[in-house]
Design a protein around this ligand. Structure first.
Ligand SMILES: *Cc1c(COP(=O)(O)O)cnc(C)c1O
Length: 396
């Protein structure tokens, strides 16, 4: 018998166990709600991206059910064959109008929107100037484009400008790209500083608003709206998988950009389009964003409430610009142990360590939603404090 040619994978997993970054998938046994059931336990859920509580909203479910009855469960093909439903086009028009851009294309996910867009609009002769903490889907898109990648220090527009200055006489297009909200620290990308830099050097400006869609700007229009930069960011990516409550990603921009992506973005061309239920749920979500802005207000009120209660309890939470709340602990192993102990006590909050964040910067990441009650948030802070003291991560 020959040796197992995949034996090295088992060794890699052993390394993960040794470094404390091995994990097991937790199983959610109820809908994604502020309190849910997972792994046989009732827990307060501060781990999801369901910012507005739309993932289990009756109006989205009703729209999805109606779409299934009328149109079935699958779209049957990729968009360019027979997989473009009228409702796909309606959703794209709806998002373009919402974002105040000429056009929009919806992808299967935010990941494919980023990867498919960056890889198709650039060539190996071009240059990408990318924030050090940009999302994995941007990094993959950059690699697939084979353009030259220049990384600027996180949120440092001056460094981005220095890189562009150095490339001034180098041929090729330049793309300046940043997350709108960074998913690990919850800080807002400095678009107000980056956009003038892009304009000065004639670079394409692109923002990935996955964590800003439905969260920042009027009715959740995102960071471009938050900073008042309409018309100055050529490529805006958003997700339908987080605050919007369903699944998908989108790109907004000029009509030419969107038509080009219809013709060249590989996930659009080579992967089947959304099932009717997903698209109908997204349309219902945009109705709610426009009709019930109080959901977003509740999200921000809960964010302020939770972050101030954490600070009062002696936690180090960072700048706290968005509902993403990092609670710093140190090493990956500590973050994983803390997260596991919290879960046992009824709080679900993700432990994140190297390589997702740098060594020594491991944290618990808590994400508040609009639908948590103050009493649930109080309980969460109490559990964080009690467990933190017990395992020696908190001094008081
Ligand atoms: C979650 C996320 C994505 C991917 O979005 P999906 O719709 O979940 O694929 C892209 N970019 C950032 C910054 C994200 O946080």
């Amino acid at each position: 018998m020959s040796a197992n040619p995949l034996a090295y994978l088992g060794e890699a997993l052993d390394d993960l166990r040794a470094s404390g970054s091995y994990f097991r998938l937790r199983e959610l046994e109820s809908a994604c709600e502020p309190v849910c059931r997972a792994d046989g336990r009732e827990v307060i859920n501060l781990a999801s991206n369901n910012y507005l509580g739309l993932a289990n909203h009756p109006k989205l479910k009703e729209a999805a059910e109606k779409a299934i009855r009328e149109f079935g469960v699958g779209s049957g093909a990729v968009r360019t064959i027979t997989g473009t439903l009228a409702m796909h086009m309606e959703l794209e028009r709806r998002i373009a109008a919402f974002k105040n851009t000429e056009a929009c294309v919806v992808f299967q996910s935010g990941f494919t929107a980023n990867a498919g867009t960056v890889s198709s609009i650039l060539t190996p002769e071009d240059h990408i100037i990318s924030d050090a903490l940009n999302h994995a889907s941007i990094i993959d898109g950059c690699r697939l484009s084979r353009a030259k990648i220049h990384v600027f220090r996180h949120a440092d527009a001056t460094h981005a400008a220095e890189i562009l200055e150095g490339l001034k006489d180098t041929p090729g297009r330049k793309l300046l790209i940043s997350d709108g909200v960074f998913s690990m620290d919850g800080d807002i990308g400095p678009l107000d500083a980056l956009v003038p830099v892009a304009e000065k050097y004639g670079a394409i400006m692109m923002v990935d608003d996955a964590h800003a869609s439905g969260v920042l700007g009027r009715n959740g229009r995102g960071t471009v709206d938050h900073f008042g930069l309409h018309g100055r960011v050529q490529v805006q990516v958003g997700t339908l998988s987080k605050a919007i409550g369903a699944l998908g990603g989108y790109v907004c921009g000029s009509k030419d950009l969107i038509e080009y992506l219809y013709h060249r973005a590989r996930p659009f061309l080579f992967s089947t389009s959304h099932p009717p239920a997903v698209t109908a749920a997204c349309l219902a979500a945009f109705d709610l964003l426009e009709q019930e802005p109080e959901r977003i207000e509740a999200l921000w009120a809960n964010t302020r409430y939770f972050q101030s209660a954490l600070r009062d309890a002696g936690f180090e939470t960072g700048p706290g610009q968005t509902p993403i709340t990092p609670i710093h602990v140190g090493e990956a192993r500590e973050a994983m142990e803390y997260s596991a102990a919290l879960f046992e006590e009824g709080l679900w909050a993700t432990g994140i360590g190297f390589p997702t964040v740098p060594k020594g910067k491991a944290r618990i990441r808590a994400i508040v939603t609009a639908t948590h009650t103050e009493s649930q948030l109080d309980q969460a802070v109490e559990i964080l404090g009690r467990v933190g003291r017990r395992i020696g991560l908190l001094r008081r």
